[in-house]
Design a protein around this ligand. Structure first.
Ligand code: WTA
Length: 648
């Protein structure tokens, strides 16, 4: 498809940034980044202004600092500075899982909740620099918890509510977090999630691994029955009622940590991506304003979960720093019906809507009626994030959801980048379905070949970024060497994203997907190594290799090749058990879609599994297996293919 969709006239007129401004600012941002960011760093309030802007090197030990001598506070910027002008404006619209459940929280109310919670944490010994784990459903208290940490200088680590006790424990242990905030139960699509119960289990596991959680603060969400440990557990509502409603924001240096967020890579355990204070907030708020063309008074809705980076930057920090009204949704796209998103859009008159391709594809499959019976007149900008959006889904989103009125911003970025990196701007960029289009201000993408040579013009290669930007992660928590190795060793002096990418003759970028062993399942990032290690921890399994394969709704599905222990027979029952086992080890989001028992795996003579071949077989693409001459035992491949074909 080569269609180009021109910027609608209305969008151009209203927009902060038209095409000429984009070109001009972009050139400035690349030619003179210090000058550019010196100016734009002022979009947030500083207690002490910065004199240094940028101090970053991608070589050697790698060191990244922005606005380093400035002092500020993220919660102050997201709340306090708005109070004079918009204290009574709604900051958060909460839409519950149940369509009759909603709440509105003004900036004044947000201030009070966050201050009280800050005091609760302080009273229980949480100090600047301490790590606080947040394991919460999508309720406003999750945002209060983030902002309260930011207010007192504690570092939050949010663990998505869909992760298992084991996964939660691993993250608690890695950052030695001794304070956990959770809820009795979560509620999604009418189903309850035992968050407190999972936390209890995780705390036990963490204790075994040497980290003692001293307090668990529990929000009452469903009033379901939970176990209670008096010496450790605290009811949120009780503690909040007693706490003082004011708490001064801590003076934070620009490079003090704000949060860490665990994310999957191609090897080993998930790593704690560390983001800091000043640069992160400048970048999150600036991208929020320009990418969504946010204007005062707009109702903005990002459907992500705060457990992922999108929820951090574009439900909480970016929008609130801009004084926006941000909608937080507890539920799922198809509950009670596949019309839910559009009902919520009409109910709250949402102007800007930001979701993931997997949701779009699922809703597309449910039929247009669910969409067309809603008005959606309030919508102005649509967004997509998390994985490549296929042109069919893009067209449907544009035509059926947006009635051909609303520009779609297909935003490419990563947990590591802190904010959106390659994206259209609604009033500036002509759109091509499936392309994330052009780089944001200050972002210099480079496509390189396997040897690291920079490729020019229309081409395809590995996507690197050549210069630092303010929202960039600063390190892997507790393991700077891993940070350097993972992102800066493949191509010297450049940040390597792990994505493949094509650039067309108009300079538009098309992300082609991960080139490493990370897969993207329903927009959730998963390391194949993690799933493999979960599989081999089962007694019946001797070896496992996991790859992604194309999946109509999820984007990619999880395909597992499993070699069983001597004497163990493969059966449908065992497959079910293995699926259950992986869910227990990681969480439901890692559920294998397909398991193939395979007596052998294709390995090189040095014992390396040839995943390229496994990927092809999982895709049913047997014709182009490529060079198999380096295999130790080529017959293995024939067995695998035969097995795969017999499964149908
Ligand atoms: C993929 C999510 C194509 C990509 C914000 C990246 C995308 C990974 C897009 C990061 C997009 C994200 N088009 N691919 N618009 N957005 N990706 O860390 O492979 O959960 O490297 O951050 O998602 O996933 P993460």
């Amino acid at each position: 498809m080569t269609d180009v969709y021109k910027v609608p006239k209305g969008a151009k007129k209203r927009a902060h940034i038209d095409n000429d401004t984009y070109e001009k600012w972009y050139q400035e941002s690349i030619r003179n980044p210090d000058k550019f960011w010196k100016k734009h760093g002022k979009r947030i309030d500083w207690f002490k202004p910065y004199s240094k802007v940028r101090n970053a090197s991608f070589d050697g030990k790698v060191s990244i600092k922005w606005f380093e001598d400035g002092q500020t506070n993220v919660a102050y910027n997201c709340i306090d500075r708005h109070l004079k002008k918009r204290g009574d404006q709604v900051a958060i619209i909460w839409e519950g899982d149940n369509p009759y459940d909603d709440r509105k929280i003004t900036y004044n109310e947000l201030y009070e909740h966050v201050c009280r919670l800050s005091n609760v944490m302080k009273k229980n010994g949480v100090k600047k620099g301490d790590r606080v784990t947040i394991y919460m459903p999508m309720i406003p208290e999750a945002a209060y918890a983030m902002l309260a940490c930011a207010r007192i200088g504690a570092i939050h680590s949010i663990v998505f509510g869909g992760f298992s006790p084991d996964a939660l424990a691993g993250r608690i242990v890695d950052c030695e977090s001794t304070f956990v905030i959770t809820a009795d139960e979560g509620l999604r699509g009418g189903r309850k999630i035992p968050l407190k119960d999972n936390t209890d289990k995780a705390v036990d596991i963490a204790k075994r691994d040497g980290v003692i959680v001293s307090n668990v603060l529990v929000v009452r969400r469903t009033a379901g029955k939970v176990a209670w440990y008096d010496e450790r557990d605290i009811w949120y509502h009780e503690a909040m009622a007693e706490a003082k409603p004011d708490c001064p924001p801590a003076k934070m240096k620009a490079e003090d940590p704000l949060f860490l967020l665990y994310t999957s890579g191609s090897t080993g355990k998930p790593k704690g991506v560390l983001h800091t204070t000043g640069g992160y907030l400048v970048y999150a708020s600036m991208t929020h304003e320009y990418v969504f063309d946010y204007h005062e008074g707009d109702i903005y809705w990002c459907t992500a979960d705060v457990g992922w980076v999108t929820g951090h930057s574009y439900i909480v920090y970016g929008p609130l720093a801009n004084g926006a009204t941000t909608l937080m949704f507890e539920g799922v796209p198809n509950y009670p019906t596949p019309g839910r998103f559009w009902e919520v859009v009409d109910k709250h008159q949402v102007n800007i809507f930001y979701t993931a391709p997997t949701a779009i594809r699922a809703l597309m499959g449910a039929g247009n009626d669910h969409v067309t019976k809603s008005s959606r007149k309030s919508l102005r900008t649509l967004g997509s994030v998390g994985e490549p959006i296929n042109p069919e889904a893009w067209e449907w989103y544009y035509k059926v959801v947006g009635d051909k009125r609303c520009p779609i911003v297909d935003t490419w970025w990563q947990t590591e980048t802190g904010g959106i990196m390659i994206t259209p701007l609604p009033g500036a960029t002509d759109l091509k379905p499936g392309s994330a289009t052009r780089p944001f201000f200050g972002i210099e993408p480079q496509l390189v070949d396997a040897e690291g040579a920079v490729l020019e013009g229309a081409t395809e290669g590995n996507l690197c970024i050549s210069q630092s930007w303010p929202g960039q992660m600063r390190t892997v928590y507790g393991d700077h060497e891993r940070f350097v190795q993972t992102y800066f060793s493949a191509y010297k002096g450049k940040y390597f994203t792990g994505d493949g990418c094509r650039r067309d003759k108009d300079g538009y970028y098309w992300i082609t997907g991960r080139v490493d062993d990370v897969i993207n399942v329903s927009g959730h990032r998963m390391g194949t190594a993690e799933v493999e290690s979960a599989l081999v921890s089962h007694d019946a399994v001797s070896e496992a290799a996991v790859v992604g394969y194309p999946h109509d709704v999820k984007g990619q599905g999880i395909y597992c090749y499993v070699t069983l222990m001597e004497g163990v027979e493969g059966s449908e029952e065992l497959k079910k058990e293995l699926v259950k086992h992986v869910r227990g080890e990681i969480g439901p989001i890692a559920s294998p879609d397909k398991i193939q028992f395979s007596p052998g795996l294709p390995k090189t003579r040095s014992g390396k599994i040839m995943r390229r071949i496994l990927r092809k077989i999982a895709e049913d693409d047997f014709g182009s297996l490529g060079d198999t001459s380096t295999l130790a035992d080529p017959a293995v491949v024939d067995d695998l293919i035969e097995n795969r074909q017999n499964r149908k």
